[in-house]
Design a protein around this ligand. Structure first.
Ligand SMILES: Cc1cc2nc3c(=O)[nH]c(=O)nc-3n(C[C@H](O)[C@H](O)[C@H](O)COP(=O)(O)OP(=O)(O)OC[C@H]3O[C@@H](n4cnc5c(N)ncnc54)[C@H](O)[C@@H]3O)c2cc1C
Length: 505
């Protein structure tokens, strides 16, 4: 058995996906497996990807990356959620905050009691008054522990400089023995019968051999598509964004602890505050606006001075039909991309790596392992796709052709069912491989204006006065939690002032 194990892994690509893979696989597999990473400075990386979701904290902890050291090394800031501006209608805003909103009472989720109390006129319309995360974000506060009685910790992720993160991951991976090979890959050596890869070939007639190949080569999918023709499922009919202008700016104000996503006439604009600059981008559909107009929209809506010329990126939303094909596993942009609205792309690298470790093969490459990997990946992508499409479909906007088309579009059946169930009865359930749980779905469904016809009948089991008192208590706890935290800027200043810890082993 032992002689059949994978002894050499080749990672193709040194963007965020490549270096995350190198750091995680070297940590998980130890020195028993030789890991090489091939990258080409001449080709470079996509150079964006600055907002994350809370699961990234688990990744960093797994590879032994201290959180404060990470914030210092990446000019990072805290992200408590995403504020959506003008999505439902011009002038409207809501937040998709991380973490819970309120607490369930028995088996019945919180939002049903809120819906019931709101219907009776005893609860505020502001659902986010029960989210400590949302209140802290609005007040620009953050701390890891709140001192208020009954408080629970916030749920947080980060904004960070992607290039600096990749550099930091590289240091971790190289310290664990990962070998970096600089050079442009110009071909692959495949087994004539099975099509399995034996090596990648580089300029200068160099070869890097392996048994397992991780394709992190970006949109082009050097191994998974160009060599193995795995196919791509195109989701532009639901997610028609295919371009983005990105530009950094100097923010006159201290960084806020949340991402802002402002709807625009044919897309939306992100604003991601880092310590040393703000990342901005206008994601748009070239079917509904031209690129020069899109660039103007971005530059006209910056809050501070631009620090560079805007850069155009183009992509096709969708996913690789097989992320694991023969002895190649694609991660990152090589396995698909669904636009950056909910910052899910880097997470998909992390979950793909966890899945690969759970299904790690030997040199026999049991096809059942690859089939299960692909099944889970497909479901995870489809659940995220539905969540993203919801933001566009559930709009009241018809003021531009783009928004009118989004409102009128036919959505995947899986999403149509979820929206219908929520609209009629307020019920939401997580499905297999659903990255976004009930709290996220409820916030976006309500934020995008869907109002259930009736709350859960179980709310009638509890007396109205008891529900109202309980809602008041929970709102006070959320409010006190947020108020008891230091300012985000003060938190970051404290992090910067700490001495650097040693690299964890
Ligand atoms: C507009 C936009 C905004 C985004 N925002 C977010 C966000 O906020 N949050 C988030 O989670 N994700 C975001 N993403 C996605 C995120 O940027 C990527 O998931 C992440 O950077 C991983 O990219 P990658 O490593 O797969 O690819 P890349 O960064 O493109 O890296 C590809 C690597 O392959 C190498 N390579 C390619 N061809 C060859 C060759 N022939 N020889 C040798 N090496 C080669 C390159 O040199 C490079 O090192 C965004 C993406 C876009 C397009």
């Amino acid at each position: 058995m032992a002689e059949n194990r994978i002894g050499r892994i080749v990672i193709v690509g040194g963007g965020t996906a490549g270096w995350m893979s190198a750091a995680m696989l070297s940590r998980a597999l130890g020195p028993t497996v030789a890991i090489s990473l091939v990258e080409s400075e001449a080709i470079g990386t996509v150079g964006v990807g600055e907002a994350s979701i809370p699961q990234l904290r688990n990744f960093n902890a797994f590879i032994g990356l201290d959180e404060d050291a990470f914030l210092r090394a990446t000019e990072g800031t805290i992200k408590l959620g995403i504020e959506f501006v003008d999505w439902l209608a011009p002038g409207h805003r809501y937040m998709h905050a991380f973490g819970p909103v309120g607490r369930p009472l028995g088996v019945t989720p919180f939002h049903h009691y809120w819906l019931d109390a709101r219907r009776r006129g005893t609860a505020s319309d502001d659902f986010w008054a029960w989210s400590a995360n949302a209140l802290a974000a609005r007040a620009e506060r953050f701390g890891r522990a709140a001192s208020a009685a009954g408080a629970e910790p916030l749920t947080w992720a980060f904004h960070f400089d992607a290039a600096l993160y990749a550099r930091h991951l590289r240091a971790h991976a190289e310290a664990r023995g990962v070998r970096r090979v600089e050079g442009r890959i110009v071909g692959v050596d495949q087994d004539g019968e099975t099509g399995f890869l034996r090596a990648v070939t580089l300029e200068g007639e160099r070869r890097v051999e392996g048994e397992l190949f991780i394709d992190c080569s970006g949109f082009r999918g050097l191994l998974i598509e160009e060599a193995l023709k795995s196919g791509y499922e195109d989701w532009r009919k639901w997610l028609p964004m295919d371009s983005a202008w990105a530009v950094p700016s100097r923010d006159p104000a201290p960084p806020v602890p949340y991402t802002r996503a402002c709807a625009r006439d044919a897309g939306w604009q992100w604003r991601i505050p880092l310590q040393h600059r703000t990342g901005n981008g206008h994601v748009f559909s070239s079917a509904w606006t031209d690129k020069d107009a899109a660039a103007r929209t971005l530059m006209d809506n910056l809050e501070g001075e631009a620090l560079a010329e805007p850069r155009l990126l183009t992509f096709v939303t969708g996913r690789r039909k097989k992320s694991w094909n023969r002895n190649v596993v694609a991660l990152g942009l090589a396995s698909g991309f669904m636009e950056p609205l909910e910052s899910t792309s880097i997470h998909l690298v992390q979950s793909g790596l966890a899945r690969l470790l759970a299904l790690f093969p030997d040199q026999g490459f049991d096809p059942l392992l690859a089939a299960e990997f692909n099944r889970q990946t497909e479901q995870e992508y489809a659940c995220i796709r539905d969540f993203l499409v919801l933001h566009y479909k559930a709009t009241q906007r018809e003021d531009t052709p783009f928004w009118a088309s989004r409102k009128a579009m036919e959505v995947p059946e899986s999403l149509a069912e979820r929206m219908a169930l929520f609209a009629s009865s307020g019920r939401v359930f997580s499905r297999d491989e659903d990255l976004f749980k009930e709290s996220s779905w409820v916030q976006v469904l309500l934020g995008q204006g869907l109002s259930p016809a009736a709350p859960h009948p179980m709310t009638a089991v509890v007396a109205d006065a008891q529900v109202d008192g309980w809602l008041d208590d929970l709102a006070r706890i959320a409010e006190r939690t947020a108020a008891s935290l230091p300012g985000h800027a003060a938190f970051l200043a404290g992090v910067k002032a700490e001495p650097e810890p040693r690299l964890a082993g």
